[in-house]
Design a binder for this molecule. Structure first.
Ligand code: UT7
Length: 330
């Protein structure tokens, strides 16, 4: 049997600066009560001026490499999932490659909104399963505070900054058993940034109209998320030849506790099998799943042999899920 990819290293980076719901009450017309009941978020972290996505990506990556026992020069491939790259080009993955000193690694970015990290796991796994590469460093990193309109209460309460990373290597036992990836481009306008691309380059007018910030139809994304998270999780479990009751830990994209609860209900999962850290960090887009995974393992919620399901949804609109039979020892 051909080898599978498995996660042998995990790391995360959360910027020290905290922005609480109480802080937001002073910035926009909102309340801790509204944010808590509608989203589950209590606080989020934001970077200081001058810090870039590649900086925080490297922090998470170094932790993941240390856990895997790999030196930077040994990395074959770096994929950075992000919607907040340092700049349009070069790819943030190339900036990370240089900062880490990973001079033997191929490097590129992958953009699939909040599903980006799980999409990237699927892509990296193909390189490992084919035998082309021995390992890969997959990072989800975001500085959403820089693309947030801090005067728009409907979006600014939701997002936070952070980074998470995973090292993938080949294994004969367990690893990533199946993937489910999908997209529905017709929902693109539900969650997007109007300007700054080739269609509408940044100009004085686009800045005045605040078209360089996130625009979202919350309700539309909410409906999509509730439908998709359950579907993507069930589908990938079926592809892996398993049942929902086989799951030891469900690690969903952290966007809204109501969305997570709906997905968990669909799978009939008890609360103790669902990992939630949303109250502390808000929605960190492609960083949310790797941060949650790193934290779950650090808290002793994941051990070798466990069945772990990751599922995400996001801009695109996209969805992605995977089932991992945990084996970090290779
Ligand atoms: O990773 C993907 C990123 N996006 C998401 O995950 C977002 C998914 N969507 C959601 O999580 C929810 O739709 C939201 C949390 C964004 C909004 O919750 P909702 O229950 O769908 O509320 P709503 O948009 O229907 O708004 C309800 C009310 C509105 O007032 P009216 O029109 O009923 O008078 C809003 O103006 O809540 C108001 N509102 C607020 N009030 C206080 C919207 N934002 C706020 C706020 N504070 N921050």
């Amino acid at each position: 049997m051909s080898k599978r990819a498995t996660i042998t290293g995990l790391g995360k980076y959360i910027p020290p600066k905290v922005l609480t719901n109480k802080d937001l009450e002073k910035m926009v017309d909102t309340s801790d009560e509204w944010i808590t009941t509608r989203t589950g978020i209590k606080e989020r972290h934001v970077v200081e001026d001058g810090v870039s996505t590649s900086d925080i990506a490297c922090e998470a990556a170094r932790e993941a490499l240390e856990m895997a026992g790999l030196a930077a020069e040994e990395i074959d491939l770096i994929i950075v999932a992000t919607v907040t790259p340092d700049m349009v080009f070069p790819a943030t993955a190339c900036l990370v490659q240089e900062k880490l000193g990973a001079k033997n690694a191929a490097a590129f970015d992958l953009e699939a909104g909040c599903s980006g990290f799980v999409y990237s796991l699927a892509v990296a796994a193909q390189f490992i399963e084919s035998g082309l590469y021995k390992n890969a460093l997959v990072i989800g990193a975001e500085i959403l505070s820089r693309i947030t309109d801090w005067e728009d209460r409907s979006t600014c309460v939701l997002f936070g900054d952070g980074a998470g990373a995973a090292v993938l290597e080949a294994t004969d036992k367990g690893g990533m058993l199946a993937f489910e990836l999908g997209a529905d481009g017709s929902g693109g306008k539900s969650l997007y940034i109007p300007a700054g691309g080739s269609l509408k380059p940044s100009s004085k007018t686009t800045i005045e109209e605040k078209e360089h910030f996130i625009r979202m139809e919350g309700n539309q994304v909410f409906k999509f998320a509730v439908k998709t998270m359950g579907y993507a999780a069930l589908k990938v479990i079926e592809k892996a030849g398993l049942q929902p009751e086989d799951i030891d830990l469900f690690v969903p994209h952290q966007a809204n506790t109501r969305i997570i609860e709906a997905a968990a209900n669909k799978l009939k999962l008890p609360e103790d099998k669902v990992f939630v850290n949303l109250p502390k960090y808000g929605n960190t887009s492609s960083a949310s799943v790797p941060i949650a995974l790193a934290e779950a393992r650090a808290e002793g919620r994941i051990k070798n042999g466990d069945i772990v399901v990751l599922v995400a949804f996001g801009a695109g609109l996209t969805w992605a899920s995977t089932v991992i039979e945990w084996n970090e020892g290779v």
